[in-house]
Design a protein around this ligand. Structure first.
Ligand code: BGC
Length: 243
């Protein structure tokens, strides 16, 4: 069965048709830059554009960069604050005329990893960390999702939230080398390890492809691996969610 998976991010809105029985992409990935300001109607217009690009008429699953409870956004870390309280699922369904399921983007990325990827069949506590504009997190216990765990929103010094210190956007914004940034990311992982004692940490998002550039700075005892979906985990997991 094929489903359109969409991953709404801080810099790009990406989609592809996914075979949800294998996790494979059945189309080229299509990416549209996230409109400046990331306001609701502007993003919804791009979602419509993406659906039209694929000439899609079926079900759609969507990962979204906020806490999502029953379709409603409860936070707005790297998107416009007017998303808060808005039913994202209803908005996208109305604009496209299609059946949408929307969840937090790191929850969906994690879903791909525990269904088809390195987390498949693994028992215990698995954390997916997505490294991008924000720091997203998806938590799974014995393969079951515990939704909306927001590790990037842990407070950290003067940075307000630790994602402002250790996300990939901090590396770019502050022009950090991989060594400087890797040490920051390691601090984040140390806090996570100390607070949650996960059995496995899986990385996804743009920066996870560069793990070789910063893995020497990671000193936590828990195994840290890159999701082999690289940048597609969000899309694949989003499609799975709508299955
Ligand atoms: C948001 C999370 C999201 C993460 C990755 C953060 O700013 O608070 O909900 O998962 O970015 O997009």
């Amino acid at each position: 069965m094929e489903i359109l998976g969409i991953d709404v991010g801080g810099t790009g809105i990406k989609g592809a048709i996914v075979d949800v029985t294998t996790g494979e992409l059945k189309s080229e990935k299509h990416r549209i830059p996230t409109p400046k300001g990331a306001k609701p109607q502007d993003i919804a217009d791009k979602v419509v554009e993406l659906v039209k690009h694929f000439n899609w008429k079926g079900k759609v699953g969507c990962g979204f960069p906020a806490i999502i409870s029953h379709g409603v956004a409860l936070s707005s870390g790297n998107i416009h604050k007017s998303w808060r309280g808005l039913n994202v699922q209803e908005l996208f369904s109305k604009c496209t005329g299609l059946e949408f399921k929307v969840r937090n983007d790191a929850d969906t990325a994690g879903l791909a990893a525990v269904t088809f990827g390195v987390g498949k069949g693994k028992k215990g506590f698995i954390l997916m960390i997505t490294i991008g504009t924000g720091l997203g997190s998806g938590a799974f216990y014995n393969g079951v999702l515990i939704p909306n765990i927001e590790l990037g929103s842990l407070p950290y010094k003067e940075y307000k939230w630790i994602e402002h210190y250790a996300a990939d956007s901090a590396r770019k914004r502050e022009n950090l080398s991989y060594e400087e940034w890797g040490k920051r990311f390691n601090k984040f992982l140390k806090i996570v390890e100390r607070s949650f004692s996960p059995d496995l940490i899986i990385l996804a998002g743009g920066a996870s492809k560069k793990l070789h550039k910063f893995e020497e700075y990671i000193t936590v005892n828990v195994p840290v691996v890159s999701s082999q979906f690289e940048n597609n985990a969000g899309i694949v997991g989003a499609a799975l969610l709508a299955n």
